[in-house]
Design a binder for this molecule. Structure first.
Ligand SMILES: Nc1nc2c(ncn2[C@@H]2O[C@H](COP(=O)(O)OP(=O)(O)OP(=O)(O)O)[C@@H](O)[C@H]2O)c(=O)[nH]1
Length: 297
Protein backbone atom coordinates (compact mmCIF):
# COMPACT_ATOMS: atom_id res chain seq x y z
CA UNK A 1 0.00 0.00 0.00
CA UNK A 2 1.44 3.37 -1.02
CA UNK A 3 1.04 6.07 1.61
CA UNK A 4 1.28 9.81 1.17
CA UNK A 5 0.49 13.06 2.88
CA UNK A 6 1.14 16.75 3.38
CA UNK A 7 3.00 17.94 6.45
CA UNK A 8 3.45 21.59 7.31
CA UNK A 9 6.50 22.82 9.25
CA UNK A 10 5.76 25.88 11.37
CA UNK A 11 7.51 27.78 14.14
CA UNK A 12 9.07 31.07 15.17
CA UNK A 13 11.68 32.66 12.91
CA UNK A 14 15.15 31.13 13.09
CA UNK A 15 14.23 27.90 14.90
CA UNK A 16 15.55 25.73 12.06
CA UNK A 17 12.56 24.97 9.80
CA UNK A 18 14.48 25.24 6.55
CA UNK A 19 17.51 23.44 7.97
CA UNK A 20 15.23 20.56 8.91
CA UNK A 21 13.60 20.43 5.49
CA UNK A 22 16.98 20.37 3.73
CA UNK A 23 18.23 17.63 6.06
CA UNK A 24 15.14 15.49 5.53
CA UNK A 25 15.43 15.80 1.75
CA UNK A 26 19.22 15.41 1.67
CA UNK A 27 19.38 18.42 -0.63
CA UNK A 28 19.08 22.16 -0.23
CA UNK A 29 15.69 23.41 -1.36
CA UNK A 30 15.29 26.22 1.15
CA UNK A 31 17.96 28.75 1.99
CA UNK A 32 18.97 29.16 5.61
CA UNK A 33 20.76 31.83 7.58
CA UNK A 34 21.38 33.02 11.10
CA UNK A 35 19.04 35.97 10.41
CA UNK A 36 15.38 35.72 11.38
CA UNK A 37 12.79 35.74 8.59
CA UNK A 38 14.93 34.11 5.95
CA UNK A 39 12.11 32.13 4.34
CA UNK A 40 9.51 34.39 2.73
CA UNK A 41 7.11 32.04 0.98
CA UNK A 42 5.77 28.54 1.31
CA UNK A 43 8.18 25.99 -0.11
CA UNK A 44 7.17 22.46 -0.98
CA UNK A 45 9.81 19.78 -0.45
CA UNK A 46 9.07 16.22 -1.52
CA UNK A 47 10.47 13.11 0.14
CA UNK A 48 9.74 9.91 -1.75
CA UNK A 49 10.48 6.44 -0.42
CA UNK A 50 9.62 3.05 -1.89
CA UNK A 51 6.28 2.93 -0.17
CA UNK A 52 5.57 6.54 0.70
CA UNK A 53 5.71 10.18 -0.29
CA UNK A 54 5.71 13.10 2.14
CA UNK A 55 5.13 16.60 0.83
CA UNK A 56 6.58 19.02 3.36
CA UNK A 57 5.56 22.65 3.43
CA UNK A 58 8.30 24.88 4.80
CA UNK A 59 6.88 28.20 5.93
CA UNK A 60 8.04 31.67 6.92
CA UNK A 61 8.56 32.07 10.68
CA UNK A 62 5.45 33.28 12.48
CA UNK A 63 6.13 36.70 13.96
CA UNK A 64 4.45 40.03 14.59
CA UNK A 65 4.43 41.63 11.14
CA UNK A 66 5.81 45.13 10.74
CA UNK A 67 5.11 45.61 7.04
CA UNK A 68 3.04 44.18 4.20
CA UNK A 69 5.67 41.59 3.32
CA UNK A 70 5.63 40.39 6.94
CA UNK A 71 1.84 40.15 6.81
CA UNK A 72 2.01 38.07 3.62
CA UNK A 73 4.65 35.82 5.22
CA UNK A 74 2.61 35.15 8.35
CA UNK A 75 -0.51 34.57 6.23
CA UNK A 76 1.41 32.02 4.15
CA UNK A 77 2.57 30.22 7.29
CA UNK A 78 -0.91 30.12 8.81
CA UNK A 79 -2.64 28.99 5.62
CA UNK A 80 -0.17 26.12 5.35
CA UNK A 81 -1.70 24.47 8.41
CA UNK A 82 -5.04 23.98 6.71
CA UNK A 83 -5.75 20.75 4.83
CA UNK A 84 -2.60 18.97 5.89
CA UNK A 85 -2.27 15.54 7.46
CA UNK A 86 -0.06 16.76 10.28
CA UNK A 87 1.68 19.89 11.53
CA UNK A 88 5.26 19.91 12.74
CA UNK A 89 5.62 22.61 15.36
CA UNK A 90 9.35 23.13 15.59
CA UNK A 91 10.98 25.06 18.36
CA UNK A 92 14.51 26.04 19.34
CA UNK A 93 14.80 24.11 22.60
CA UNK A 94 18.15 25.75 23.37
CA UNK A 95 16.24 28.96 24.11
CA UNK A 96 13.71 29.59 26.87
CA UNK A 97 10.12 29.14 25.74
CA UNK A 98 8.77 32.55 24.97
CA UNK A 99 5.71 34.48 23.95
CA UNK A 100 6.39 33.61 20.31
CA UNK A 101 5.91 29.90 20.95
CA UNK A 102 2.80 30.29 23.10
CA UNK A 103 1.28 32.65 20.53
CA UNK A 104 1.61 30.01 17.79
CA UNK A 105 0.31 27.23 20.03
CA UNK A 106 -2.72 29.32 20.99
CA UNK A 107 -3.47 29.68 17.28
CA UNK A 108 -3.40 25.90 16.91
CA UNK A 109 -5.84 25.15 19.76
CA UNK A 110 -9.01 23.28 18.77
CA UNK A 111 -7.52 21.98 15.57
CA UNK A 112 -8.25 18.43 14.58
CA UNK A 113 -4.98 18.15 12.70
CA UNK A 114 -2.35 16.40 14.83
CA UNK A 115 0.53 18.62 15.94
CA UNK A 116 3.96 17.03 16.46
CA UNK A 117 6.42 18.84 18.70
CA UNK A 118 9.91 18.84 17.23
CA UNK A 119 12.38 20.15 19.79
CA UNK A 120 15.33 21.27 17.69
CA UNK A 121 18.95 22.24 18.40
CA UNK A 122 19.48 19.64 21.14
CA UNK A 123 23.16 19.75 20.21
CA UNK A 124 23.33 23.14 21.94
CA UNK A 125 22.10 22.23 25.44
CA UNK A 126 22.17 19.58 28.13
CA UNK A 127 19.71 16.71 28.04
CA UNK A 128 18.23 17.76 31.39
CA UNK A 129 17.48 21.27 30.26
CA UNK A 130 15.97 19.99 27.02
CA UNK A 131 13.75 17.61 28.98
CA UNK A 132 12.58 20.37 31.32
CA UNK A 133 11.65 22.65 28.43
CA UNK A 134 9.87 19.84 26.60
CA UNK A 135 7.81 19.23 29.75
CA UNK A 136 6.91 22.90 29.86
CA UNK A 137 5.76 22.78 26.24
CA UNK A 138 3.82 19.59 26.87
CA UNK A 139 1.83 21.41 29.52
CA UNK A 140 0.91 24.09 26.97
CA UNK A 141 -0.48 21.87 24.20
CA UNK A 142 -1.72 18.36 23.60
CA UNK A 143 0.88 17.23 21.07
CA UNK A 144 0.25 13.99 19.23
CA UNK A 145 3.97 13.13 19.38
CA UNK A 146 7.17 14.67 20.70
CA UNK A 147 10.67 14.21 19.35
CA UNK A 148 13.98 15.93 20.13
CA UNK A 149 16.38 16.44 17.23
CA UNK A 150 19.29 18.37 15.85
CA UNK A 151 18.40 19.35 12.29
CA UNK A 152 21.88 20.69 11.73
CA UNK A 153 23.70 17.57 12.85
CA UNK A 154 21.05 15.13 11.68
CA UNK A 155 20.39 13.73 15.14
CA UNK A 156 17.09 11.82 15.19
CA UNK A 157 16.00 13.13 11.79
CA UNK A 158 15.53 9.65 10.35
CA UNK A 159 13.59 8.83 13.51
CA UNK A 160 11.37 11.76 12.66
CA UNK A 161 10.69 10.39 9.16
CA UNK A 162 9.75 7.01 10.65
CA UNK A 163 7.41 8.75 13.05
CA UNK A 164 5.87 10.83 10.25
CA UNK A 165 5.03 7.69 8.30
CA UNK A 166 2.31 7.00 10.89
CA UNK A 167 0.54 10.19 9.83
CA UNK A 168 0.35 9.30 6.15
CA UNK A 169 -2.68 7.73 4.58
CA UNK A 170 -3.17 5.43 1.67
CA UNK A 171 -2.89 7.78 -1.27
CA UNK A 172 -1.32 8.73 -4.58
CA UNK A 173 2.21 9.79 -5.37
CA UNK A 174 1.60 13.50 -5.85
CA UNK A 175 4.97 14.30 -7.43
CA UNK A 176 7.30 12.26 -9.66
CA UNK A 177 9.89 10.31 -7.63
CA UNK A 178 12.85 12.44 -8.72
CA UNK A 179 11.21 15.77 -7.91
CA UNK A 180 12.18 17.31 -4.61
CA UNK A 181 10.68 20.78 -4.84
CA UNK A 182 8.01 22.61 -6.77
CA UNK A 183 10.06 25.78 -6.97
CA UNK A 184 11.02 26.83 -10.50
CA UNK A 185 14.75 26.96 -11.23
CA UNK A 186 14.57 30.73 -11.57
CA UNK A 187 13.27 31.04 -8.01
CA UNK A 188 15.96 28.68 -6.72
CA UNK A 189 18.64 30.87 -8.30
CA UNK A 190 17.12 34.02 -6.82
CA UNK A 191 17.14 32.42 -3.42
CA UNK A 192 20.74 31.25 -3.79
CA UNK A 193 21.79 34.83 -4.51
CA UNK A 194 19.70 36.19 -1.63
CA UNK A 195 21.28 33.68 0.73
CA UNK A 196 24.74 34.99 -0.08
CA UNK A 197 23.56 38.52 0.71
CA UNK A 198 22.16 37.28 4.03
CA UNK A 199 25.49 35.65 4.79
CA UNK A 200 27.57 38.68 3.97
CA UNK A 201 25.57 41.61 5.34
CA UNK A 202 24.25 42.61 8.73
CA UNK A 203 20.74 42.73 10.19
CA UNK A 204 19.29 45.89 8.73
CA UNK A 205 20.13 45.30 5.07
CA UNK A 206 19.13 41.69 4.26
CA UNK A 207 15.52 42.00 5.37
CA UNK A 208 14.92 44.60 2.68
CA UNK A 209 16.54 42.66 -0.17
CA UNK A 210 14.73 41.06 -3.09
CA UNK A 211 16.38 39.32 -6.03
CA UNK A 212 14.97 39.06 -9.53
CA UNK A 213 16.64 36.84 -12.12
CA UNK A 214 15.62 38.26 -15.49
CA UNK A 215 17.85 36.27 -17.80
CA UNK A 216 18.84 32.61 -17.73
CA UNK A 217 20.01 31.02 -20.94
CA UNK A 218 22.79 28.87 -22.27
CA UNK A 219 24.89 30.73 -24.83
CA UNK A 220 26.53 29.28 -27.96
CA UNK A 221 29.69 28.68 -25.92
CA UNK A 222 27.74 26.35 -23.60
CA UNK A 223 28.03 28.75 -20.67
CA UNK A 224 24.86 29.52 -18.72
CA UNK A 225 24.28 33.28 -18.67
CA UNK A 226 22.41 34.48 -15.61
CA UNK A 227 21.51 38.13 -15.02
CA UNK A 228 19.87 39.36 -11.86
CA UNK A 229 18.76 42.55 -10.17
CA UNK A 230 19.19 42.92 -6.44
CA UNK A 231 16.61 45.33 -5.03
CA UNK A 232 17.24 47.22 -1.80
CA UNK A 233 15.08 49.72 0.02
CA UNK A 234 17.55 52.56 0.50
CA UNK A 235 20.45 54.26 -1.26
CA UNK A 236 22.64 53.57 1.77
CA UNK A 237 21.89 49.84 1.47
CA UNK A 238 22.94 49.91 -2.14
CA UNK A 239 26.32 51.24 -1.06
CA UNK A 240 26.66 48.54 1.60
CA UNK A 241 25.88 45.72 -0.83
CA UNK A 242 28.27 47.03 -3.46
CA UNK A 243 30.97 47.57 -0.83
CA UNK A 244 34.30 49.31 -1.13
CA UNK A 245 35.40 49.21 -4.76
CA UNK A 246 32.62 46.74 -5.46
CA UNK A 247 34.26 44.13 -3.25
CA UNK A 248 31.19 42.84 -1.47
CA UNK A 249 29.08 42.56 -4.60
CA UNK A 250 31.91 40.66 -6.23
CA UNK A 251 32.00 38.22 -3.33
CA UNK A 252 28.21 37.78 -3.39
CA UNK A 253 28.42 37.09 -7.13
CA UNK A 254 31.30 34.67 -6.72
CA UNK A 255 29.66 32.61 -3.99
CA UNK A 256 26.35 32.52 -5.84
CA UNK A 257 28.03 31.55 -9.12
CA UNK A 258 29.84 28.62 -7.48
CA UNK A 259 26.57 27.32 -6.05
CA UNK A 260 24.68 27.79 -9.32
CA UNK A 261 27.45 25.99 -11.24
CA UNK A 262 27.25 23.17 -8.77
CA UNK A 263 23.48 23.01 -9.09
CA UNK A 264 23.45 22.89 -12.91
CA UNK A 265 26.78 21.15 -13.29
CA UNK A 266 27.58 23.76 -15.91
CA UNK A 267 29.82 26.79 -16.23
CA UNK A 268 27.98 29.98 -15.31
CA UNK A 269 28.45 33.64 -16.15
CA UNK A 270 26.58 35.62 -13.51
CA UNK A 271 25.92 39.35 -13.70
CA UNK A 272 24.22 41.24 -10.88
CA UNK A 273 23.01 44.82 -10.55
CA UNK A 274 21.87 46.61 -7.41
CA UNK A 275 18.79 48.81 -7.65
CA UNK A 276 16.84 50.86 -5.14
CA UNK A 277 13.10 50.37 -4.79
CA UNK A 278 12.07 52.54 -1.87
CA UNK A 279 10.12 50.71 0.87
CA UNK A 280 9.13 47.89 -1.46
CA UNK A 281 8.18 45.68 1.48
CA UNK A 282 5.15 47.90 1.97
CA UNK A 283 4.17 48.06 -1.70
CA UNK A 284 1.63 45.36 -2.61
CA UNK A 285 2.65 45.75 -6.27
CA UNK A 286 6.27 44.94 -5.50
CA UNK A 287 5.35 42.01 -3.27
CA UNK A 288 3.32 40.55 -6.14
CA UNK A 289 6.01 41.32 -8.68
CA UNK A 290 8.62 39.47 -6.60
CA UNK A 291 6.26 36.48 -6.21
CA UNK A 292 6.04 36.95 -2.45
CA UNK A 293 2.28 36.99 -2.05
CA UNK A 294 0.54 33.93 -0.68
CA UNK A 295 -0.91 32.50 -3.87
CA UNK A 296 -3.30 30.11 -2.11
CA UNK A 297 -5.28 32.90 -0.50
N1 LIG B 1 23.20 24.39 16.56
C1 LIG B 1 22.16 24.23 15.74
N2 LIG B 1 21.84 25.21 14.87
C2 LIG B 1 20.79 25.01 14.05
C3 LIG B 1 20.03 23.81 14.07
N3 LIG B 1 19.04 23.92 13.14
C4 LIG B 1 19.19 25.15 12.57
N4 LIG B 1 20.24 25.81 13.10
C5 LIG B 1 20.72 27.16 12.76
O1 LIG B 1 19.71 28.10 13.06
C6 LIG B 1 19.71 29.17 12.10
C7 LIG B 1 18.33 29.33 11.51
O2 LIG B 1 18.04 28.20 10.70
P1 LIG B 1 16.94 28.27 9.55
O3 LIG B 1 16.77 26.88 9.05
O4 LIG B 1 17.24 29.35 8.57
O5 LIG B 1 15.67 28.71 10.41
P2 LIG B 1 14.17 28.99 9.94
O6 LIG B 1 13.30 28.54 11.06
O7 LIG B 1 13.91 28.39 8.60
O8 LIG B 1 14.21 30.56 9.86
P3 LIG B 1 13.20 31.63 9.15
O9 LIG B 1 13.28 31.40 7.69
O10 LIG B 1 13.79 32.92 9.58
O11 LIG B 1 11.85 31.42 9.74
C8 LIG B 1 20.80 28.82 11.08
O12 LIG B 1 21.97 29.53 11.41
C9 LIG B 1 20.97 27.31 11.25
O13 LIG B 1 22.26 26.85 10.91
C10 LIG B 1 20.42 22.76 14.99
O14 LIG B 1 19.84 21.67 15.07
N5 LIG B 1 21.49 23.04 15.79
Amino acid sequence: MFKSGFISIIGRPNVGKSTLLNKLLGQKVAITSDKAQTTRTKIHGVLTGNEYQIVFIDTPGIHKPKHKLGEAMVKAARSSTIDVDAIIFITDISEPIGRGDSFILEGLQNRETPVILVANKIDKISEDLAKARIEELRSMYKFSDIIAISALEGVNTTGLVTLLNDYLQEGPQYYPAGMITDQPERVLLQEMIREKILQLTREEVPHGVAVEVFQMEVGKNGILDVSANIYVERDSHKGIIIGKQGKLLKEIGKRARIEIEDFFNNKVFLQVWVKVKKNWRDLPGAINEFGLNDKDQ
